[in-house]
Design a protein around this ligand. Structure first.
Ligand SMILES: Nc1ncnc2c1ncn2[C@@H]1O[C@H](COP(=O)(O)OP(=O)(O)OP(=O)(O)O)[C@@H](O)[C@H]1O
Ligand SMILES: [Mg+2]
Length: 341
C-alpha cells in the first residue's frame, strides 16, 4: 500500500515537472569492466537530448538500462515517472529503441516488415497496411517498398529501422547512433526525421559519437567518458565553458601574412596560419581584444578582406574535456556496438 502511494506520488511529481528521463547513479559492470559508473541524467519531456561520447564510453549500456533491457547494478531510473525495474512493463509501453540493435527482417520487403510489425502490435490488417504505407511515404521508401530489405543501401536500411520503431509513435524514443556509417546525404535525411519527430512532441535520447550531430539536433547534451557524465549543458554552454573563442582573419594580400602574424601575436595567443595562404587564426579570450588586434592590422596598412570571431567547435570542447579527440574508430565500434551490422 505504502509502496503504491509512493509510486503515485512519484508519478504526480513527474507530471508537475515533466522529466522524460530521470536517472540517478546508474551503474553497470561487465566482469571487471565498469561500463557505466554512476550516470545521472535529467531529460525534459519534448526535447532532443544528446548523449555524446567516444567508443566504449557507456552510451549503449546506459540506453539499454533505460530501455529495461539490462538491469542496473546500482542506481535508479524513471521514464515518464515510471521506474525501469519495478514498472518495466509500463516503461516498455512508453518507449521505442532503434539504432545499433537491428529490428527488421532481411528476408522480407520493406513493406512486409512494417506491416508485420504493425500486426504484431495489434493493428488489424487494413490499419497495418495503411500505417506501413504512410511510414514508407514519410521516409521516402515508397519506391523501394517491394524490394527485399537485404538489398537496401545503408541509408535506406537506417530509415526503415526508424520507421519500424514508429509504427506506434512513442512518447520517448532512443536513437543509438542513427547515422553511424551513413553518407552525408542520408545523414541529413535522418536528421530531418529526428527533427520532425521532435516537432510532434516525441522526446528523443540520441546517442552519438558525432559532435556535429549533437550540435545540430540536441537542445541539451551530456558528455560521457569512461562511464561517467563529465559535462552537461546546451551546445552553446558547453562551448562557452571552454572559454576562449577563435578569431579568423583573411588578408587581401597573402604576402603580408608574416607581418600580420607578428602583429596578432603581440595581442593574441596561438596565432596559426591557415591552409589558405591569406588566412590566419588566433585564440582570443574576448571580443574586445580581437577587435583591437584587427584594428592594429588596418593601422599597419595590412588590408583585411574578412574576419570573424567564432565559438570553438564541439570537437575543441570535447578535446578540452576529455583530453582526447572524439574520432570514431570504426573497427572498435563494430566490436563493442552490441549487434550493429
Ligand atoms: N555485454 C557486454 N559484455 C561485456 N562487456 C560489455 C558488454 N557491453 C558493453 N561492454 C563493455 O562496456 C563498455 C561500454 O560499452 P558501450 O557499448 O556501452 O559503449 P558505447 O558508448 O555505446 O560505445 P560505441 O560508441 O562503440 O557504441 C565497453 O568497454 C564495452 O566493451
Ligand atoms: Mg554503443
Amino acid at each position: 500500500m505504502t509502496d503504491r502511494i509512493t509510486q503515485d506520488l512519484t508519478a504526480a511529481r513527474a507530471a508537475l515537472a515533466p522529466l522524460a528521463i530521470e536517472a540517478t547513479g546508474l551503474v553497470k559492470s561487465f566482469g571487471a569492466t565498469r561500463a557505466v559508473d554512476g550516470v545521472d541524467l535529467a531529460v525534459p519531456a519534448g526535447s532532443v537530448y544528446g548523449v555524446l561520447g567516444p567508443n566504449g564510453a557507456g552510451k549503449t549500456t546506459t540506453i539499454r538500462m533505460l530501455a529495461t533491457l539490462l538491469r542496473p547494478d546500482a542506481g535508479s531510473a524513471r521514464i515518464l515517472g515510471h521506474d525501469v525495474v519495478r514498472e518495466a512493463d509500463r516503461v516498455r509501453g512508453l518507449i521505442s529503441l532503434t539504432g545499433q540493435l537491428a529490428s527488421v527482417d532481411e528476408d522480407l520487403t520493406g513493406r512486409e516488415n512494417l506491416v508485420m510489425i504493425a500486426r504484431l502490435l495489434g493493428h488489424p490488417w487494413r490499419a497495418a497496411r495503411a500505417r506501413a504505407d504512410a511510414l514508407l511515404e514519410a521516409f521516402g521508401l515508397t519506391e523501394a517498398a517491394g524490394r527485399l530489405t537485404k538489398a537496401y543501401s545503408g541509408g535506406m536500411r537506417r530509415r526503415l529501422d526508424i520507421a519500424a520503431s514508429l509504427v506506434v509513435t512513442p512518447p520517448l524514443m532512443f536513437l543509438d547512433e542513427p547515422t553511424t556509417g551513413l553518407d552525408p546525404r542520408s545523414r541529413s535525411q535522418v536528421w530531418d526525421i529526428v527533427r520532425a519527430l521532435a516537432a510532434e512532441g516525441t522526446t528523443i535520447l540520441l546517442c552519438t559519437q558525432y559532435l556535429e550531430e549533437a550540435d545540430q539536433l540536441a537542445e541539451g547534451i551530456a558528455v560521457i567518458d569512461h562511464g561517467r557524465v563529465i559535462a552537461e549543458g546546451t551546445p552553446a554552454q558547453l562551448k562557452a565553458s571552454v572559454g576562449s573563442s577563435t578569431l579568423h582573419v583573411r588578408l587581401l594580400d597573402p604576402a603580408r601574412r608574416g607581418d600580420a602574424e607578428r602583429i596578432l601575436g603581440g595581442r593574441l595567443a596561438e596565432v596559426r596560419p591557415g591552409a589558405d595562404p591569406a588566412a590566419l587564426s588566433a585564440t582570443c579570450p574576448d571580443g574586445d581584444r580581437a577587435a583591437l588586434a584587427v584594428a592594429e592590422l588596418a593601422g599597419a596598412g595590412i588590408g583585411v578582406g574578412e574576419f570573424s570571431l567564432g565559438q570553438p567547435s564541439l570537437d575543441e570542447v570535447f578535446l578540452a574535456l576529455t583530453g582526447h579527440v572524439a574520432e570514431p574508430e570504426e573497427d572498435e565500434a563494430a566490436l563493442s556496438g552490441g549487434g550493429r551490422a
